[in-house]
Every structure is written in structure tokens, then in C-alpha cells.
Design a protein. Structure first.
Length: 350
């Protein structure tokens, strides 16, 4: 029998009508990323302790942490949220020993367009997570599942993907610089979007997680001024670059999205291994890229190595041949990168 859940239709209308707990102002401004029903204006999420909200500034997501539903009622959560002045999307990170409490929180989250971050890290009862996740999904709730790399076996990851959470929230703290490599491993399996909780101390730390395939970076215990600065810097970076989490070239260790920058398979190089990982033959790759470029500004590219911008390198690699072709096509660098972003998504669609 279908779960009894609040209807999810017209929830955005509901929010905009002013009846939501949180100001609808958070939906204003340029959209950078869509996750379920969340519209995020920055890829930075600020994690704040429940009951002691820190400043969240211009973060894309304000995630309230450590809500133990065995000790906290929905009405208490509701009251605590009334005191928060946030223009960010809101998330609730919850745990409970009782599935029905999680279901109540799921209904509450979906009614208010909040993310529900399921944190099973304490009891690590992954079978219970796998059982309750589809039930919560049926409420239309946008969900993330928080997990540590040591708990994420290939078997668990594939079962988790089958439950279709909107985000995998990878807790990568304390990995001594191995976080980006782990993000790449998960990203290359092409599952849900990734939110990486890492030891982020500067822009490069955040960018190294994003460049390996993370869609969001979450900060826990970060200085509010740093979080505000990073969030703004990421927005500016996206506007200037056209692709805030653009991958490296495959031969520089990038994830599979880097196929968008690869040339035709004419030599022995890491492209061949990447194609194997993506489950694509060299012929399919060529055919797919040519088909996707047809009729788009990437199709042309006289004077470039392979006669079409679809085979050209990342904008950060200096190349006067590509730049001349871009200029003839009337494309700016960010526009070129935005087209490559779409190309990467389409190449990897199964
Ligand atoms: S095809 Fe080109 S960009 Fe891709 S891995 Fe090979 S050398 Fe690098
Ligand atoms: S023309 Fe320049 S950007 Fe294009 S593939 Fe050749 S080296 Fe790369």
C-alpha cells in the first residue's frame, strides 16, 4: 500500500505564497545547481549544530546537524527554524532509532522543501538505511545519505544507488589528502550527485574536491567569514569559468567528465582506460561526440587539431588555435566551458 505522505505538487507555490517557515527570498538570485527540489546558488554547504545556528551567509545550503529525532520532536525543530534568517536552501541532518520518526521528518522536509540528510553513521545499520530510504523517497523528499569511505563498500554503494538518493554526502575528513581521489572513484561510477565534507582550509582544497566530480562541498566547524568568502568566490568562479566543477583532462587524472576535452582515440593514452571504465568503445565515443556536437557551436573549429571544437582542450590550457576558432564562432571562454559541461553530461548518459 502507498505510504501516506503530504502531496508534493505545487510545493514551490506553497513556499512562494509566504506560508513557509523560511523566507522564500532564498530562492532569489542566479541558480547554480539543482538537487531534487532544491535550487542552490552556491556549491558550498555550511553545516551548523542544531540549537546553535552559526552564520550561513551566502552558502548554497545551510545544513542543520545532529538532530536526534529520538529526543527532538518535529514541533521543536519547527520552532528552532523560526529563529533562523537564511537565504540559503535548508537541510536537516537527522538520526533516529525509529523509522516512523524518520518518516515524520521526511514529510516535514518535503512540505518545506528542505533537504533530509540521513546520518546513520553512529549505529551504521546500513540495511536499515537501505530499507527506509525508498519509503522516504516515496514522500517526494530530497534526500542525502551521509557515509564515511570506510563504510562504502562496492556492494553497499550499488544498493544505495538503486534507492536513488539525491545526494551521497561523503564524510572525507581526516583522510590526509586522499579525499579528492575518493570523490573521483565514486564520481566515475556515475551514481547520485556528490556532496563532499572535507578538511577545507582554502579555495584550492574545495576546488580539488569539485574538480574530481563533487557537486557540493560541505563545511563543518568552519569560520563563518571563511565560509562566506568561499561561497562568494565559488559563485564568481562559476561566472568567470562557465563550469565551477570542471574536471581535469583525463591524462591529468580527471574523472570521466574529462572525456569532453579528449581528442579522437588516435594514440595510446589514458583515454582508452577511461572509455573502458565508461563502458564505451572507441568507435562509440567518436560517434557520440560527433552526434552531440552536430548543429551546436562546438561543431566547427577550422584550424584546430581535429577540425572541430568538440575535440578541443579545457579553456585553462593555453591554445591560440582554439582561441581563434572560439573568436570566429563568437564564443566566450565561459560559454565554451558551459557547452563542454553539457557535452560531458550527454556523453556519460547511458
Ligand atoms: S585523448 Fe588527449 S586529452 Fe584525452 S587522455 Fe588522451 S591525450 Fe589526454
Ligand atoms: S587546437 Fe588546441 S585546444 Fe584544440 S585540441 Fe589542439 S591543442 Fe587542444
Amino acid at each position: 500500500m502507498a505510504e501516506s505522505c503530504s502531496p508534493i505538487m505545487n510545493q514551490k507555490d506553497f513556499i512562494i505564497s509566504g506560508e513557509s517557515l523560511i523566507s522564500s527570498e532564498r530562492h532569489l538570485g542566479p541558480l547554480m545547481l539543482e538537487v531534487g527540489y532544491l535550487d542552490l546558488k552556491s556549491p558550498i554547504a555550511v553545516i551548523s549544530p542544531y540549537g546553535k545556528p552559526c552564520s550561513n551567509g551566502s552558502a548554497g545550503l545551510f545544513l542543520i546537524d545532529d538532530i536526534n529525532l529520538d529526543k527532538t520532536s518535529i514541533s521543536e525543530i519547527e520552532s528552532s527554524l523560526k529563529g533562523i534568517d537564511s537565504k540559503s536552501a535548508i537541510g536537516l541532518s537527522v538520526s533516529s532509532s525509529q523509522d516512523e520518526r524518520l518518516m515524520d521528518a521526511a514529510r516535514f522536509a518535503s512540505q518545506n522543501l528542505f533537504l533530509l540528510d540521513l546520518n546513520f553513521g553512529r549505529n551504521r545499520d546500513w540495511n536499515r538505511l537501505l530499507a527506509v530510504l525508498p519509503r522516504i523517497k516515496r514522500c517526494g523528499t530530497t534526500i542525502s545519505a551521509r557515509i564515511r569511505p570506510e563504510d562504502l563498500s562496492a556492494d553497499l554503494f550499488s544498493k544505495l544507488c538503486a534507492c536513488e538518493p539525491d545526494l551521497i554526502h561523503l564524510d572525507l575528513r581526516g583522510l590526509n589528502g586522499m579525499g579528492p581521489r575518493f570523490v573521483k572513484k565514486v564520481a566515475d561510477i556515475r551514481g547520485p550527485k556528490i556532496m563532499a565534507l572535507g578538511d577545507v582550509k582554502d579555495f584550492d582544497d574545495a576546488e580539488s574536491l569539485l574538480a574530481m566530480g563533487s557537486d557540493l562541498v560541505s563545511l563543518k566547524g568552519a569560520d563563518p567569514e571563511f565560509a562566506e568568502w568561499l561561497s562568494q568566490a565559488m559563485k564568481e568562479y562559476d561566472a568567470l569559468s562557465g563550469w565551477y566543477n570542471a574536471p581535469k583532462h583525463i591524462c591529468s587524472g580527471g574523472d570521466l567528465r574529462g572525456l569532453a576535452f579528449c581528442c579522437p582515440p588516435v594514440k595510446h593514452c589514458p583515454l582508452l582506460g577511461a572509455l573502458k571504465k565508461a563502458g564505451m568503445s572507441a568507435e562509440e565515443f567518436v560517434e557520440r561526440k560527433l552526434t552531440l556536437a552536430r548543429g551546436t557551436p562546438l561543431e566547427k573549429g577550422d584550424g584546430t587539431c581535429f577540425g572541430s571544437l568538440v575535440w578541443c582542450c579545457k579553456i585553462t590550457k593555453p591554445c591560440y588555435l582554439r582561441d581563434a576558432a572560439l573568436s570566429r564562432a563568437g564564443l566566450s571562454g565561459p560559454e565554451y566551458m558551459a557547452l563542454k559541461k553539457k557535452l560531458a553530461e550527454d556523453i556519460l548518459k547511458s
